[in-house]
Design a protein around this ligand. Structure first.
Ligand code: HEM
Length: 409
């Protein structure tokens, strides 16, 4: 494709990125003492209880009952027809599930429609960067988050990573979509479904002997602290990288992007007293909950390899393939996390990406002209586009469903 054709695509798409402060922190250690103040949350107040010991009582009770009485197939069948934010939960659902969903679908009182709209426009304009950061960067981070890697590995979805990636990306795309929280969007739907999936995992995973052996003493997975960790690996990480890449982001856009993720945390069942009110508060919380717990696990290494292998398959009509994928993944998360995930070093492509990525970003942002972009940059650009297409395509035709078993075997 010629430069002009590419230029048009670049302008239409937005751009992409890597991982800063987290890459530079001290080696993994046990989680820190919870001292993050509720005054720094959207609630502005709270008891200060360590979210390590808080789950999601209402959803957990409900979904455990649904599983125990054998209602999962019926509920999943009904959930398939629930696709829009403005749609009432289907009438065929059991009463208790319908009532929970109706209540869980309400946006918090502090949700600000104007900010959500601004966030949607921002995400749309920056979709290339954000898809890469949330999809590949967030994916590579999640495998270095031991509890997440292990719960994914030993839950039902762990047996089919391709499907699992596709499902997980549904929520990411819903958050980044222009329609996101509009009436005809599906952010509410995907978040409420995910909240119920997490509740199911909390009921099922403790019955998995394999998980119990590696849970480090945690008896019930996916605590509120765990959800915050993952939230930072998506929202906080992406904003840090955008700024590190010198993507121009106005303060209104920063506030809007934070807001869409604050609302999403609430919709996933996170208590308002744990949701950071500002980026400063988010960065402080991330330093406390995310940075210290990153480490290598056998499950995370295996999942990383599966994920990168899938990406390479998608992007290699016999040419560049896995080394470029490895190098790009390393670039996104930095050496420390990449080493935890055992992503092989690729000196040639790593150097190339370090050189050309900032140029691609600068070009996309209109800061430099086309002749200043080295030709190899277009190979990287093309690969990135393929990754995104891969994520987008896989997401289509799949849906988030409540599991009723763990990973078989
Ligand atoms: C399922 C997103 C936090 C573990 C899902 C799904 C989504 C999602 C969209 C549904 C797709 C699927 O069924 O595979 C998120 C988001 C989070 C978050 C946006 C935080 C902001 C966590 C955390 C853990 C976790 C902290 C574990 C420590 C799981 C597991 C499943 C799941 C085990 C079900 C896999 C299966 O059996 O299919 N999550 N998640 N998630 N999530 Fe999360």
């Amino acid at each position: 494709m010629d430069g002009l054709g590419r230029r048009k695509i670049l302008m239409a798409g937005g751009a992409l990125g890597g991982f800063g402060a987290l890459g530079a922190v001290a080696p993994a250690r046990a989680r820190s003492l919870w001292t993050w103040p509720p005054g720094a949350s959207v609630a502005g107040t709270g008891a200060g209880v360590d979210p390590e010991w808080v789950w999601d009582d209402e959803a957990d009770r409900l979904v455990a009952a649904v599983i125990d009485r054998g209602d999962v197939p019926r509920v999943n069948e009904q959930l398939r027809s629930w696709t829009r934010n403005d749609q009432a939960p289907p009438a065929g659902l059991p009463d208790d599930v319908r009532e929970f969903m109706a209540q869980a679908s309400r946006l918090p009182a502090w949700a600000d429609r104007t900010k959500l709209e601004a966030a949607a426009e921002f995400s749309e304009g920056r979709s290339l960067y954000l898809n890469v950061l949330n999809g590949i960067g967030g994916g590579m981070l999640s495998t270095a988050i031991p509890r997440e890697a292990r719960s994914v590995y030993y839950s039902k979805g762990g047996a089919d990573m391709e499907d699992r990636v596709a499902k997980t990306s549904l929520l990411g795309f819903a958050v980044g979509d222009l329609k996101a929280y509009r009436a005809d969007g599906d952010c509410v739907v995907q978040a409420v479904k995910t909240r119920m999936v997490h509740a199911a995992v909390r009921h099922l995973l403790p019955k998995s002997p394999a998980w119990a052996q590696v849970s480090g003493g945690q008896k019930i997975p996916i605590s509120q602290a765990d959800i915050l960790v993952t939230w930072h690996s998506l929202a906080t990480y992406a904003m840090r990288k955008l700024l590190e890449w010198k993507v121009p982001v106005t303060s209104a856009e920063k506030a809007a992007y934070l807001h869409v993720w604050q609302v999403t945390a609430h919709m996933l069942g996170v208590r308002d007293e744990y949701i950071p009110v500002s980026w400063d508060a988010a960065n402080a919380q991330s330093e406390q909950v995310l940075d210290p717990i990153l480490t290598s696990t056998r499950e995370g290494v295996e999942l990383t390899d599966i994920l990168l292998g899938q990406l390479a398959e998608q992007t290699s009509p016999g040419s560049v393939d896995r080394p470029l994928v490895n190098a790009f993944a390393r670039y996104l998360v930095g050496d420390r996390v990449a080493d935890m995930d055992r992503i092989p070093e690729e000196p040639f492509w790593e150097k190339t990406i370090e050189l050309v990525w900032p140029k691609l970003v600068a070009f996309r942002e209109g800061l430099i002209s086309l002749p200043l972009v080295p030709p190899l940059a277009w190979t990287v650009d093309e690969a990135v586009r393929q990754y995104i297409l891969f994520y987008l395509t896989k997401g289509r035709g799949t849906r988030i469903e409540i599991p009723d078993t763990n990973r078989p075997g």
